[in-house]
Design a protein around this ligand. Structure first.
Ligand code: AMP
Ligand code: MG
Length: 451
């Protein structure tokens, strides 16, 4: 078998040396560099990382305007109160005052309306009253205001030409608003990587079809597509391949011009039809790497920087067992994709929890990732505020294993808040601290202070 040569194979795959997770991650990261920056319309920048600072095209606000509904006045006219002023007009948001403000005059003004010439402050309507006898075109000001009070100066938020957002900022809903308010039409971003997902396996069928004998639903493809999207990339569904080398190779070749990375599920072990591993070896021009990583689950992993049109397209081969696919994605693919997208934060959040019960494992030279649920530690007063024995790290959470830790048991991954990191050994005793990678975004989003 030609593909076995050059891989350091000692015959049976079991003899291949396991490499530490950190080494595999470093190898992957080296090949997954930030995508080339490009200029895009601000409307297309959502989720992207800015590759250059975004500068304001206009002052924000563009003109001095009122922060309140009330009366535009000259501060010196209302230094001694109460004082009656003549109301000479009205100005609404979106319109200009018909005239300038003279001494001892007031102009009714609404929030966001431009300050009339001559006015230098606004008295909020709650600090005024109407004198019935004096007529409608007068107002009594009850309290003095300082010059500039309740006035939003031109450029008070940001001046034209100055920085709205720095390079490295991630464009989310409020960043979008900041850019639009400043008239920024285009921004320089790292584009969101287009990541194609292919699943492999003769046994797979899509949801909606009846399960025939020996068939299972293809759950990895929808999962990986969703994980890719959640990581901030554009997911491309490239379908499912049979366990056939030529079919898979053709599918990859068709995809290459359209993707920045490829994620493949299944077929990277030592089975008879582990086609992903074989095809990547065939088309990888000597750059295919097949690894046994010292982790559980997700030990076998295949990585190949493929030659795409004008650039390298990393191809990640994840094991087909659903939990292995998920864990392999978390540990090896997600950080690489985030780096390609230019994110400074490439890792999921982690926290130190206290083991609620013994988190048992056997020594085997591997780091184990155990699916756990996290519960807040409740003190007698019901608050989340506990400290571990050493008194150093505040421990606000307990971690308990999810039922069903087999690598085929995806339901327990669905129940888990995160992955407890269990170094080689016998596990973590009840009550001891354990590091947990928060993989369930709903967990991070539901709780205000995870870290
Ligand atoms: P493989 O890595 O291809 O040897 O597959 C290992 C196990 O994962 C087998 O039990 C497969 O049936 C299962 N499997 C492979 N691909 C998928 C998938 N896309 N969805 C769900 N299970 C899968
Ligand atoms: Mg398979």
């Amino acid at each position: 078998m030609a593909w076995r040569r050059g891989l350091g194979h000692a015959g049976a795959a079991g003899a291949v040396r396991m490499i530490p997770l950190g080494d595999a991650q470093a190898l992957v990261r080296e090949a997954c560099t930030r995508l080339d920056q490009r200029v895009v319309a601000v409307g297309d920048s959502l989720g992207c990382v800015l590759a250059a600072p975004a500068l304001a095209a206009v002052d924000v606000p563009p003109f001095a305007n009122s922060a309140m509904d009330g009366y535009a006045v000259r501060a010196e006219d209302v230094a001694v109160t109460p004082v009656q002023l003549r109301v000479t007009g009205r100005v609404l948001a979106g319109s200009m005052s018909a005239g300038a403000l003279g001494p001892r005059e007031a102009i009714r003004i609404m929030t966001g309306a431009p300050m009339p010439p001559g006015a230098d402050a606004v008295v909020m309507v709650e600090r005024t009253r109407q004198d019935e006898d004096a007529g409608e075109d007068t107002v009594v000001i009850e309290d003095p205001v300082r010059t500039g009070e309740n006035v939003r100066g031109a450029g008070g938020d940001v001046h034209a030409g100055s920085e709205v957002l720095a390079a490295g900022a991630v464009v989310g809903p409020t960043q979008l608003a900041a850019l639009v308010s400043a008239g920024v039409a285009e921004v320089t971003v790292v584009p969101r990587p287009r990541v194609g997902v292919i699943s492999t396996g003769d046994e797979l069928v899509d949801l909606g079809q009846p399960l025939g004998p020996a068939q299972i639903y293809d759950s990895n493809r929808p999962m990986l597509l969703a994980l890719v999207g959640e990581a901030g990339c554009a997911a491309l569904d490239l379908g499912r391949s049979a366990d056939d080398e030529d079919a898979l190779e053709a599918r990859i070749a068709r995809a290459l011009p359209h993707v920045d990375a490829l994620v493949l599920s299944g077929g990277v072990s030592v089975g008879d039809v582990d086609v992903v591993r074989m095809v990547l070896e065939r088309i990888g021009k000597g750059r295919a790497r097949w690894m046994q990583i010292a982790i559980r689950p997700a030990k076998p992993f295949s990585f190949t920087p493929l030659a795409g049109p004008g650039r390298t397209v990393p191809a990640f081969g994840l094991p087909g067992n659903p939990v292995s696919s998920a864990v392999g994605f978390e540990l090896l693919v997600r950080p690489a994709l985030r780096a390609m997208a230019g994110h400074r934060v490439t890792e999921r959040p982690r926290l130190i929890a206290r083991a609620r019960e013994d988190l048992r494992r056997r020594p085997d030279g591997k780091t184990h990732f155990m699916r756990v649920v996290l519960e807040p530690v409740s003190t007698p007063r019901g608050t989340v505020d506990a400290t571990d024995e050493a008194g150093a790290e505040p421990v606000a959470w307990t971690a308990a294993p999810c039922p069903g830790q087999g690598s085929h048991q995806i339901r327990s991954m669905g129940l888990a808040d995160g992955l407890a990191v269990l170094p080689d050994g016998d596990g973590v005793a009840a009550g001891s601290p354990v590091e947990v990678i928060i993989t369930n975004r709903a967990f991070s989003e539901a709780l205000p202070a995870v870290r």
